[in-house]
Ligand binder design. Sequence first.
Ligand SMILES: [Zn+2]
Length: 290
Amino acid sequence: MLVSVTLALVTPWNVDEWSLSSAQSARPTALDAVERAVDTVLAGVQGVALGEVSPWERESIAVARRLRARLDSFATAGDCRRCWLQRAHCVCVDCPTIAWREPAPLRRIFVLMSHKEVVLAVDTAKLVCAAYSNRAVLVVGGLGCQPLWDEMVASLTAGTAAILYPSDDAWEIDDVFHGEDAPRDLVVIDGTWSQAAALHRRLPPSAPRVRLPADTLADIATNGRQLRHHPEMWREISTLTAVSAVAAKLDLHPDRPDALLRYQAIADAAARRQLGPVRISEKRRARAAQ
Ligand SMILES: [Zn+2]
């Protein structure tokens, strides 16, 4: 009972609504903009010969078709559009919206996601959009007709956005997001390491890159692993965990500094319940034994 009362106090909307499937499906989520883009791309394909479109448009059409099929089966299954888990494992009541302090050093977070991550149960970046619902938006790589993509690129080109990416020339994040001329938006890339690298190459090279300090990485690498694994420990850090470290560095919600990190644990546990035990490949088992 105490938990329910606490949630009600910190949540801008009524938590009870999330237990009502009709209210839940009607509530706006980050997926809505993606679905609109998918439908716009596919509507524009009618009567168009694929041989006549540019490679970029061809990719967009292919991505839209794959997403349409996946979103249709997602809708048929009736999974939660906010946390992308089955209704029986939905974590939304335990992961309500987190408000930022005002004024905040950030205006928006663009979650730039590989299309292969969209509606995956093990993806964690969707919770960034859910937790920061009025601040974080979802953009899908390779998909056209996304006004939010245009806004993201415009902000990067104008120098008002930085990209969280550990390139050699990246600045430490708290050296960049301070002062009057500081960028106001942050782009975070979500996908496997190779997907993230491919998405990163498409972003304006002139935009500043920022990274988390080495001590922060070492700390969260040992405490905030995700379900998928990589031989290099820092590459195992999920998008959600990285954003929670950014939130701590920039003091975005000082009254609940660990809230987003707690969501990671809640979402991981729910995904494991839904998917069953993590399967470790023979290759990885052999590597771990070395
Ligand atoms: Zn949910």
